[in-house]
Design a protein around this ligand. Structure first.
Ligand SMILES: [Zn+2]
Length: 117
C-alpha cells in the first residue's frame, strides 16, 4: 500500500466514524441552551424577599427570529436535556468538519481533473 493510499484510507475511516457520531448525536440532540432561573416569589415575609432567591428552575432557551422562547425543563428531564444540548454542539462540530472535508475533496478532485470519492 503506498503512503497516499494509506492516508486516504485513514481519512475514509475517520469520515465514516464522524458520520456515525453525527447520526448518533442527531438522535438525541436538542436545540437551545440551558438556563438556570432564580426568582423572588413576591411574598414579603419569604426569605427570598431579602436574601436567597428560589431556584434554580431550568429552562431551555431558544432564540428564533429575534425572539427567545423559554421552555420549562422538569427536574426529571434535566439530564436528558443537558445531553441533548451537548449532542447538538457535537452535531454542529462534526457537520462543520465534514463540510470542510467535503470542500477539500471537491477542490482536490478538480485539481487532479477527476472526481474525488
Ligand atoms: Zn419566596
Amino acid at each position: 500500500m503506498t503512503r497516499s493510499v494509506l492516508v486516504i484510507t485513514l481519512q475514509t475511516v475517520g469520515r465514516r466514524r464522524w458520520i456515525q457520531e453525527l447520526t448518533k448525536a442527531a438522535e438525541q440532540m436538542l436545540w437551545g441552551s440551558l438556563v438556570a432561573v432564580y426568582r423572588r416569589c413576591g411574598k414579603p415575609t419569604c426569605r427570598c424577599a431579602t436574601g436567597e432567591k428560589h431556584g434554580p428552575a431550568w429552562y431551555l432557551s431558544q432564540r428564533e427570529a429575534g425572539r427567545t422562547k423559554m421552555r420549562f425543563v422538569p427536574s426529571d428531564q434535566l439530564e436528558a436535556v443537558r445531553r441533548g444540548v451537548a449532542a447538538f454542539q457535537r452535531y454542529r462540530e462534526l457537520g462543520q468538519r465534514l463540510a470542510a472535508e467535503n470542500l477539500t475533496r471537491l477542490q482536490r478532485g478538480r485539481r487532479r481533473g477527476r472526481r474525488a470519492r
